[in-house]
Write a protein that binds this ligand. Structure first.
Ligand code: MRU
Length: 351
């Protein structure tokens, strides 16, 4: 996507230096900065520390990191590096699919250059999947007014390019429509306020940040035409794991007759999980709730404590939305209504 006068991806292979490049998401919206490395361990750490986050971006980034690991330390690719990358985050299945894809590539196309080609192709496929799912989503959204509520960041930063939830919004805007977006701030890390609002603002799309707890009330007021979110893992029955707060949104959407759409590439599906109960939910450090950071009026980064010293916090990073609360799941293959035909993703229609 365009930032200023240039086009960027959240993660990419820099062919001139033979290194992996990424947007340092923790600095946004105050500073747009790309980082690069040719050290696979630093790629793994960038996932752990959420410099790169969002399910499809994590997968594509891990693929690139594994290509570096293969180049530099082939003897330990199987025994160490695959496990090292798999251990970086637990919930987004894209990470594990990417590791599997690179393990297959190492067997079938074992030259260093072929591994890099595989990793680049993996990311390119995610981008094309997002573009295609956006066309399907834009069709759904074009049926009504377009006051869309989204949660977390399921934009291009989270998904290499286009975004998952935002792709349909960007496609509508490119078609000359004027979608409006309610952006849940998304406590505790504020991916909505910091990242999604920044992305939409860059793209000239009208949006307002709101407290997560305002969402149900805005639905009750008839101010929301559709909820559109991404996914970190979708079970075979259509249960959806996504950023904490998505389940509550789905309850409110159901109560107020607002459609609840999930946009996710096939790389976010996990056929090995029969239902959402099988999906591991990441618990993150309590400091994400007990402290906040941002910049002051002089542009200087500041961290502050929110709660009284000694108070503890509970910080599940994801929740699970049952398929019965999901109106439709939109992938690059089309539109699937899991509550209506609940057997498997092979019931996806559209093509
Ligand atoms: O903890 P994060 O920021 O990696 O969580 C990301 C989300 O939950 C996104 O909604 C999800 O990955 C959507 S897919 C772009």
């Amino acid at each position: 996507m365009r930032v200023g006068k240039s086009d960027y991806r959240a993660v990419n292979w820099d062919i001139t230096t033979g290194s992996v490049q990424w947007v340092e998401q923790r600095l946004l919206p105050h500073k747009f900065e790309q980082r690069s490395t040719n050290r696979p361990e630093l790629v793994a750490q960038a996932i752990e520390t959420m410099q790169v986050r969002g399910a499809p971006s994590i997968g594509a980034f891990a693929a690139l990191g594994l290509a570096l690991a293969y180049q530099q330390d082939r003897a330990r690719f199987e025994s160490y590096w695959l496990a090292r990358f798999r251990s970086t985050r637990p919930t987004a299945i894209n990470l594990f699919h990417a590791c599997d894809a690179m393990a297959r590539c190492a067997l079938e196309r074992p030259l260093d250059t072929q591994m890099i080609d595989c990793a680049v192709a993996y990311g390119d496929a995610e981008v094309e999947a997002n573009r295609r799912m956006g066309l399907y989503m834009a069709e759904l959204l074009a049926r009504g007014e377009r006051r869309i509520l989204t949660h977390c960041n399921a934009g291009w930063l989270a998904a290499v390019d286009w975004g998952t939830a935002t792709s349909g919004i960007y496609q509508l805007a490119e078609a000359g429509e004027s979608p409006f977006v309610w952006v849940d701030e998304t406590r505790p890390r504020l991916q909505g306020a910091r990242l999604t609002a920044w992305e939409l603002h860059q793209a000239g799309i009208d949006c307002r940040i709101q407290a997560d707890s305002a969402a149900a009330w805005m639905m009750a007021q008839g101010q929301v035409d559709a909820v559109v979110v991404g996914a970190d893992r979708i079970a075979a029955n259509g249960d959806v794991a996504n950023k904490i707060g998505t389940y509550a949104l789905s309850l409110a959407a159901r109560a107020h007759g607002v459609p609840m759409y999930v946009a996710a590439p096939l790389s976010s599906f996990d056929a090995a999980c029969a239902s959402g109960e099988d999906i591991p939910i990441e618990n993150r450090h309590e400091s994400e709730l007990l402290c906040m950071d941002g910049v002051d009026d002089a542009g200087v980064s500041q961290a502050i404590h929110v709660a009284a010293p000694g108070v503890q916090a509970n910080n599940p990073a994801f929740d699970m939305t049952p398929n019965s609360n999901v109106t439709a799941i939109v992938s690059e293959q089309g539109i699937w209504m899991p509550a209506k035909n609940s057997n498997s993703v092979s019931t996806v229609v559209g093509e």
